[in-house]
Design a protein around this ligand. Sequence first.
Ligand SMILES: [Zn+2]
Length: 205
Amino acid sequence: MKKFLLLLFPLLFFSGCALFETRDSRLHTFHTVVLDPGHGGCDPGARAVKGMDEKQLNLDVAQRVKPLLEAEGYRVIMTRTNDTFIPLETRTAIANAHSDAIFVSIHFNASPKRSASGVETYYYCYGSEPLAAALFQELCSQRRCPRRGVKRAVFYVLSHNHCPATLLELGFVSNRKENAFLQTPQAREQLAKQIAAGIAKTRAF
Ligand SMILES: [Zn+2]
């Protein structure tokens, strides 16, 4: 992920985020899941060492998560359904238009350090931490990779979101071995199932 595109000076006043809230009550009651496949169009995101780049992988995983959630009775809204560039403010506006939504942004990672690998999840509002934590736990449940952790960051799509919101980094496409795994449909199906399961567990807490 090109972090500089998503990082923004923390305009806390405009963030719409209850900073001192420990848990967002919507985590128990949401019916709508906004799935946000990161990047798209002129913004490829992270370049894979081989195979599909991040923008394609993000969309592929989101499209696999959607029917799994719909089968559980959730309404799913995608911020993009094809290879188009969607501004970050449009992505958050889609989520903020729904009072019963959570927001899950899907990304893959890259690093100049080619050995970097593993999963990490992000939140900004403390009320969103349980969502990020549940997804992290689920994503690490069956995969042998570094548990990079649940982290707090001022990414635009998190800090400008009024919904419980998380951003997932599902693995490094700059790592030859991990990328080879992530490029398989089986791996992405497994990731999709884990994302759907993590969302369902958050709702059930
Ligand atoms: Zn990204």
